[in-house]
Structures are given as C-alpha cells and as structure tokens.
Design a protein. Structure first.
Length: 293
C-alpha cells in the first residue's frame, strides 16, 4: 500500500525546508510593515501638488521655518541621548553587583510602559506653574514667582531623559554584564585601582555596545513628537521636524510634502547612525565583549 508523501517531503523536493518556512513569514512581515510604506512614502514625496518632482525638497530647504526644524530636533535629541548614555554607565556598573537586580530593572522599566504622553501629563502636574514643585518653592520662599519648567526647551529635554533612560540603561546593563569579570579581577590582582580598571579594561570593551546604544537612543529621541507638543513650544524652540511633517499632513492636507519631510527626517537619522557604526568599527571587538560566557 503506497502512502502519500508528507508535506515536509513535498516541500523538500521543491527546495524548501523548515528554516525557509520560518524565515519567509518574517520577511513578508518586514516587507508589509516597513519596506512597502517606505517605498510608498518615497514615491509620494516626488509627486508635489505644484512644480517638478523635486518641488517638495526645494520648498523645504528654501524655507527657514522648515529646514530650521532639523537643527532644533538635533539640539534636543543629541544632548538627551548623550546624557542618557553617560548616566546609564555608572548606574549599570552599580546595579550589576546588586542582589535584587531584576527588581531594580523592573522598576526602571515603568517609565517605558507609561509612554511619553502619560509622562508629559505627569510633568505638567508636578512642574507646571501650579504644580507641586512651584508650590513648594513659593511656600518656603525659595522663589518669588513660579519658575517656568515646562512649555520650553527644558520641559522636552526632561521628558526625553525620563522616557529614554530606562531603555538606554537596559541596553547598557546587558553589555556591562556581558564582559568577562575575570578580566577586571586580573587587573585588580595586578594592582590596578577601580578607576584604572574601568578606563583601561571595562570602557574599551564597552564602547562597541555603547555605540549601538547611542544609535538606538538617538533614533528614539529624534522622533520626539508628543513631548514637544505638550511640554514644549511647538511654534518656537521645540518645533521639531516631526511637527513640521504633522502640520503638512493634517493641517495643510499636503501628504506629498509630509512624505518629503519624513524622508528628510529618515535621511538625517540614517546619516547619524551610519557615522556611529563607522566609529564602532574603529574600536576593539573581541570575544570579551561578545556576550556572557
């Protein structure tokens, strides 16, 4: 009695195996959610309402009110990213030695779960003109009038630090715990102090991971939108490029121009990330920094 070949046998005869069946849905998922929208937006940016196919890009770079948004966004995103990474290093170095590491990391993840909108609302409650901070300052005579802590540059910066630090910290902690502790112990046995061990052993091995953390954190901070609207001055110093894209799409109903701004925004992010990855190739990448074990 002859049995019909199984599905796996039929797929193998056609050159398909289990790995291909697992990879194919992932590829289709990436194409559907990332590649197709990007190509659609790119082509749409070359179809302006008026003028030639580059009219949107010419309009953007000829209008200071539009192209200044790139510098304003970088002025917010770069300091917030660098500060988060710098602060995450000593915290990660300390947390890796603690017993309740999982509990502490869980607590630090709470700002990520809240989201930028809830964080912004909380900052408005505590830092606003009638917030608790200003009330305490006025009550104890530390200020003659309410201090402006929101609806400006510093409100957006503080929001990005609160929402971005947990993400940066978790990445840094994973790289710190991935360094072989025997290297630091060997330095201690040879008489190197803690500061020397950090700058000569830990930091060189940590730099490749920090570069990746910088890149991911920068992309997250560069796309700031809710914080810039709720806590900043959308018509002034915190008019970031995402607000310009939103204005073009939903106030001027010019989706072609909005797509062009989004493409420019993506291009700036790609340039920064490529530059960071280029720096990463110049530093040491060996087995000591490849992970635990």
């Amino acid at each position: 009695m002859r049995y019909a070949p199984s599905l796996r046998t039929r797929l193998r005869t056609r050159g398909l195996d289990g790995v291909t069946l697992l990879v194919l849905p992932g590829v289709l998922f990436v194409v559907a959610l990332f590649v197709y929208p990007f190509l659609y937006g790119l082509l749409l940016s070359f179809e302006p309402k008026q003028g030639g196919w580059l009219a949107n890009y010419v309009t953007f770079f000829s209008d200071p009110f539009l192209y200044d948004t790139i510098g304003k966004t970088l002025l917010i995103a770069v300091p917030a990213t660098v500060l988060n990474v710098v602060l995450s290093i000593p915290v990660a170095m300390r947390v890796r030695l603690m017993r309740h590491q999982k509990l502490l990391t869980t607590i630090l993840v709470i700002p990520i779960t809240l989201g930028t909108v809830l964080i912004a609302e909380g900052l408005l409650t505590y830092l606003g003109p009638r917030g608790w901070v200003n009330r305490v300052l006025l009550e104890f005579g530390l200020a003659a009038h309410p201090i402006r802590l929101v609806h400006n540059y510093w409100g957006v910066m503080l929001s990005l630090i609160i929402s971005g630090f947990p993400f940066t910290f978790l990445l840094t902690l994973s790289y710190v715990t991935g360094i072989d502790p025997a290297l630091e112990n060997a330095g201690a046995m040879l008489g190197a102090r803690a500061r020397a061990r950090f700058f000569r052993i830990i930091l060189p091995l940590l730099v490749p991971g920090l570069v990746i953390t910088l890149a991911l954190s920068f992309v997250q901070a560069f796309s700031v939108f809710p914080s810039a609207v709720l806590l900043g001055a959308p018509a002034g110093p915190t008019r970031v490029i995402s607000i310009a894209a939103y204005t073009a799409a939903f106030e001027q109903y010019d989706y072609s121009m909005a797509s062009a701004i989004a493409m420019i925004m993506a291009a700036v992010q790609v340039l920064i990330v490529v530059a960071l990855l280029g720096v990463r190739t110049l530093v040491f990448r060996g087995p000591a920094s490849s992970g635990k074990g």
